[in-house]
Each structure stands twice: as C-alpha cells, then as structure tokens.
Ligand binder design. Structure first.
Ligand SMILES: Cc1ncc(COP(=O)(O)O)c(C=O)c1O
Length: 394
C-alpha cells in the first residue's frame, strides 16, 4: 500500500501497545492490573455533565466559531488571570479538540522544516512525533537520571542558530517533575538571548502534591510574547473523552493556529465547549477532592515500591505517574533469558505478574518504567504486591 513518508515515520505508541495487550488479556479472562492509564479513572463531575445535557436540549448543536465560543474564551481568560496572573484577551486564546490538538496546531504554526526543537528527556511521546510531523528536528536533552531534571548547561550546549522552539511540560508526564523557578528563569533568559519560542504544556497544573505550585514560564519578564501555553480540561476535570484543550499565546501565533484549525477540524464540539465552560466555573472543591484522592494513591504506590531499594525514583510532585529507574533489573535473567530492556521488563511484568506498566524507552529513558496511579487503592495495593514479588524473585 502506498503511504506517505510522513505517516510511515510515525512510531507506534508503546503506551497504547502495552495498554491494548493488557486489554486483550483481560478480555481473555486474565486478571491484569493496569498501571498504564493516562487518564483519571473518576467520572466527569455531574455539574459538567448537566451542562452538556442542557446544551443538547437547548439545541446548542451547530458549528461555533472555529477557535471556540466567546463565552468559553472569556472563561479561559479569567482562569489565566485568576490562577496564573496572566492577562490574555480572547483574541490570544484558541480552543481545540483536546490539548494534543492545541499542541499540534502550535508546533505546525511555529516550526519550518529543519527548525530545531529542544525537547527535555523524559518526554511525553507525542511531542517527538509531532515535531517529526512538522518536519522539524528534535534535539533531545539528557536529564540527570537521579532527579529527572535537565541541567541548564545541557540546554545551553544544545542551542544553535536553528533553535526555534523549546517544549516544556510542567508538571511533567512521565516524571511528575515540577520545574524549579530558578531553572525556568534561566530558560527564559536563554529564550530571549537566542530568540526561540516556548511551548509550555501545563495540562497537569492542578494535579500537584506537597503544596507544590508550578509556575508558568509565561509569567517571567519578556516571556508572554514568546510562549504558547497549552492547557485543557481533560486531566483536571476527568474529561478526557470530551476533547477540549486550549492554547494562549501571541495573537499572530493564535491566528495562525486558528487558520490551520479552520481547514482541519473546524470548531471543537459545541456540546463539549458548554461542558468545559461549566468545568472552568465549577466549585474548586470538586478538583480538590480528586487531587486528595490522587495524593493518597501516590503515597501508597511510593510506599509499596520503597520495599525494593534497588528501584529509585525522584518523588513525583505532580501529574499521576511514578517514573522509576528499574535498571538494576536489566541484565538479570528470567528463565534463562536476559532482561535486556525496559520493554522486555514491562512485557515480563505483564505476562508473569499480570501488571501493565509503560516502558521508559517510550519517553526516551531506557531502564525506567512509568506506573500510573490513576486507579483505585485496592488495585494499587494488589498490583504493587505482584510487581514487588516478581522483582524479588529475579
Ligand atoms: C503532557 C500531556 N499533554 C497533553 C496531553 C493531551 O491531553 P488531551 O487529552 O486534552 O489531548 C496529555 C495526555 O496524555 C499529556 O500527558
């Protein structure tokens, strides 16, 4: 079959591969516990669902403006002011079909073929593929494996005259790292000195623990003009299926993103926009409740994994993942076969312990596994017992 080089170069998602294997095993009656989820397991809160039902009943089922309704953009503008102390007018905001779509619009609008994009490891896999789809060149930045943070010298060394963009994910999927203000400040200075843009993906900003408060790089002097903030309702409000994300940035970039969107998807779903408006205006206690439940699960998972001292991880401050270094288990063998990679370890855990994890190589980090705690405490308890037992048996 003739297919474009563009699509032939897309790497299949390792995250999805393991998840679908786990699903297939479950279907066959095998009791698999999945730590591979990339979405909250809570139901979408009912005031949000009610707003969607009302939208349908009131006939709000037609095209809306391409970049989202004015009322939703206004609510996003207020959110950015209230929570991030950032002033964005409606013309500097665009609503898209999920944050992934916002991100794709931003990368395609900012990068020409051959432009270089700085991408810190461990990276969320979609960034890499979207950079490639834009025919830009990903420049991967190695992190300190103990802290999973990139040192500023590494960033400085990677900058070239072709550097166009830096993709920052704060808090990070998969590591849960929250970027330190001091580092952000230094990146901001580098961006201005070397004239590159920032895409700041802040989708996990509310899912934070230990009183952490991630700061948007757009709040540093001179940075609002060269940052595109990506955010959305998927993670914070448990609305992954509703497909609403948004971006805020300089008007020319937002206009370009809207032009692109006008010829690909047009507006995001009208009904989901009404639901998202209700989400942005909902009682903050709804979010707090979900965050405190995630906090308890995070603690449980960390406690459990701590019984295997060989496995190291920096305490995740945000998102709902534990990204841990299992490299002491690489080169060990199981039934005479060497465990040569994070993929092999992840496959073994699935087959032998019936626990689904995501291999670190999907995020550019061999030897690591990502464990999602977006599942119940009972399943975390049981799944971690299985995982620990298997590791100890090696
Ligand atoms: C870092 C990051 N950004 C963006 C997204 C995509 O969000 P959405 O479901 O709104 O497209 C995800 C989802 O996994 C994510 O982990």
């Amino acid at each position: 079959m003739y297919l474009s080089d563009r699509v032939k170069n897309i790497a299949p998602s390792a995250t999805l591969a393991i998840s679908s294997r786990a699903k297939a095993m479950k279907k066959d009656g095998i009791d698999v516990i999945s730590f591979s989820a990339g979405e909250p397991d809570f139901d979408t809160p009912s005031p949000i669902k009610e707003a969607a039902k009302q939208a349908i009943d009131q006939g709000f089922t037609k095209y809306t403006p391409v970049g989202g309704t004015l009322e939703l953009k206004q609510a996003i503008s207020q959110k950015l002011l209230r929570e991030n102390n950032l002033h964005y007018g409606e013309s500097e905001i665009i609503v898209s079909c999920g944050a992934k779509h916002s991100l794709y619009n931003a990368i395609l609008s900012l990068c020409n073929p051959g432009d270089e994009v700085l991408l810190p490891k461990p990276y969320w896999v979609t960034y890499l593929e979207q950079i490639k789809l834009a025919e830009a060149k990903p420049i991967l930045l190695d992190c300190n494996p103990a802290t999973l943070q990139v040192e500023i010298e590494k960033i400085e060394e990677a900058i070239s005259p072709r550097t166009r963009l830096f993709i920052l994910n704060n808090p990070s999927n998969p590591s849960g790292v929250i970027w330190e203000e001091e580092t952000l400040e230094k990146i901001a200075l580098l961006a201005q000195k070397h004239d590159f843009y920032l895409v700041s993906d802040e989708i996990y900003e509310h899912l934070v623990y230990d009183n952490a408060r991630p700061k948007s790089i757009a709040t540093f002097p001179g940075m609002k003009e060269r940052t595109v903030i990506i955010n959305g309702v998927s993670k914070t409000f448990s609305m992954t299926g509703w497909r609403i994300g948004y971006a805020a940035g300089p008007k020319p970039v937002v206009d370009a993103m809207a032009a692109l969107q006008s010829h690909s998807t047009s507006n995001p779903t009208s009904i989901s926009q009404k639901a998202s408006l209700a989400a942005l205006e909902c009682d903050p206690a709804i979010i707090q409740n979900m965050v405190s439940r995630f906090g308890a699960r995070r603690k449980l998972m960390m406690d459990k994994i701590s019984s295997v001292p060989e496995v190291r991880f920096p305490v995740p401050k945000g998102a709902f993942y534990l990204f841990a270094d299992f490299s002491p288990y690489l080169e060990k063998s199981f039934q005479g076969k060497i465990i040569s990679s994070s993929l092999t370890l992840s496959e073994l855990l699935l087959q032998e312990a019936r626990v689904a994890t995501v291999p670190g190589i999907a995020f550019g980090m061999e030897g690591f596994l990502r464990l999602s705690y977006a599942t119940s405490e009972e399943l975390i308890e049981e799944g971690m017992n299985r995982l620990v037992e298997f590791l100890i048996s090696l």
